[in-house]
Write a protein that binds this ligand. Structure first.
Ligand SMILES: [Cu+2]
Length: 143
């Protein structure tokens, strides 16, 4: 019984700080075919919630630290939320508008280990200049 209590309190000690620290960050689809937050810096375990404030957009992941298991693509005009458990850089965009530069970058846990792979992702000419700008913003705010 005493061991069970110990285990129980240990469980809460481990659990409570995570609950307190985990945040939900909201990103809106804007009327200018972009995301309201283009570079999001979050901690491991945080949630990002995309809100379809304007119509015709979604979220599709192109790259992340684990290329074998990227978050699934969302439906157009759907509220979408993802919990980020792996640290690293994620690149996503809107399926119909990513070629026009509707892209977003997420840096989880201040971890840039896969930034070179993100830089190599092939996108349209317009999108590649947007991607370059987002990477610059992410890296300049990393200190
Ligand atoms: Cu879009």
């Amino acid at each position: 019984m005493r061991d069970l209590m110990k285990l129980f309190s240990l469980f809460f000690l481990l659990l409570i700080p995570n609950i307190v620290l985990a945040e939900v960050i909201q990103i809106e689809f804007t009327e200018n075919d972009s995301y309201s937050v283009e570079v999001a810096r979050i901690d491991v375990g945080d949630t990002i919630e995309w809100l379809p404030v304007n119509e015709g957009h979604n979220v599709e992941f192109f790259a992340g630290p684990d290329m074998k298991s990227l978050p699934k693509k969302s439906e157009i005009d759907e509220v979408y939320s993802v919990v980020f458990e792996n640290s690293g850089v994620y690149l996503y965009g809107c399926t119909p508008h990513s070629n026009m530069g509707m892209l977003g970058l997420i840096v989880v846990g201040n971890d840039f280990h896969n930034i070179e792979e993100i830089k190599k992702i092939e996108v349209s000419r317009v999108a590649s200049s947007v991607l370059k700008r987002l990477i610059d913003i992410a890296q300049s705010s990393s200190k």
